[in-house]
Design a protein around this ligand. Structure first.
Ligand SMILES: C[S@@+](CC[C@H](N)C(=O)[O-])C[C@H]1O[C@@H](n2cnc3c(N)ncnc32)[C@H](O)[C@@H]1O
Length: 275
């Protein structure tokens, strides 16, 4: 990890108030860097181990995002999205909501992100009758209460100023019986705090699953594609920091997932039927 990456991590740890602004700067930078729209996903991906799991069949244009798409597919595999209203918080460059809208048939699929540049990009890049994008913060969602059957959140929550405030908002916008589908990683020392936040959220815990080996396997299998992107798009000064972010082999995130010091979790929470 280079000095810039260390400074970024330290600043995020010591000041929760400036953490969202730093992440926003970083994400805006990534959007600017990707002029030919190759970066439609920003997650570490998911791979089934030992050939287990249903085979995901994708159109040719989606194949290069196979593992990132498979993470979205896995996280939504316990529910039926067709004819539902779904929200993806921290949608980034919109590859996830676009996949869900095209393959799983929700009535309404909304992607939300706090990066205006990312939301503007998504609005220009995608066109699907069920799909729309909103600019807003995870901790203050711009939606009425009980608006969605499903809320997704993939690799975004560790940037937030308040996880508890975010979970309150998820509960508010979910309909009774609606489900929150979550995937993200934490350092193993942060897992007890996350457990407490989930327990205090007022949402019922339906699934708490450690998918670290699946995500690590996806990092291995997707390494060459990501490494090529890194070489092609990122100036040398920023290469170590972006390598950590995208998880190429040897990066600190790669090693932390390999050693188990970082745990990658998939959780499903449900809002009670009666308010
Ligand atoms: C690692 S990217 C993941 C994007 C997408 N979920 C995917 O899997 O490709 C995290 C996203 O969360 C967004 N984000 C971070 N903090 C946020 C906040 N407080 N409110 C809304 N979005 C946020 C970032 O702008 C970024 O696009």
């Amino acid at each position: 990890m280079n000095t810039l990456a260390r400074f970024f991590q330290l600043a995020c740890k010591t000041s929760p108030r400036i953490k969202p602004s730093l992440w926003k700067l970083f994400y805006q930078y990534l959007v600017r860097m990707d002029r030919d729209n190759e970066l439609l996903f920003m997650n570490y991906g998911f791979a089934h181990l030992d050939g287990n799991g249903s085979k995901l069949v994708l159109e040719d244009a989606d194949q290069k995002h196979f593992f990132c798409i498979q993470l979205y597919h896995y996280v939504t595999s316990s529910v039926t999205l067709s004819n539902s209203d779904a929200l993806d918080i921290g949608c980034g460059r919109g590859g996830g909501p676009s996949f869900l809208a095209r393959y799983l048939g929700p009535r309404r699929m909304v992607g939300l992100d706090f990066s205006k540049k990312a939301v503007d990009f998504c609005a220009r890049h995608y066109s699907h009758p069920a799909l729309s994008f909103s600019h807003g913060k995870a901790e203050a969602l711009p939606f009425e209460e009980s608006s969605f059957d499903f809320v997704l959140n993939i690799e975004s929550s560790r940037c937030y100023s308040s996880m508890s405030g975010f979970l309150d908002e998820v509960r508010r916008v979910l309909r009774p019986g609606g489900r929150f589908l979550f995937a993200d990683f934490r350092h193993k020392n942060e897992i007890p705090a996350l457990r407490k936040q989930v327990a205090a959220s007022g949402l019922k815990l339906v699934r708490w699953e450690r998918i670290t080996p699946n995500v690590f396997r996806a990092l291995e299998l997707d390494h060459d594609r990501k490494y090529d992107l890194l070489k092609k798009k990122v100036p040398p000064l920023l290469t170590p920091m972006v390598a950590d972010f995208i998880g190429t082999k040897g990066s600190s995130i790669y090693r932390l997932l390999q050693s188990g010091d970082n745990e990658y979790l998939h959780c499903v929470l449900q809002k009670e039927w009666r308010a």
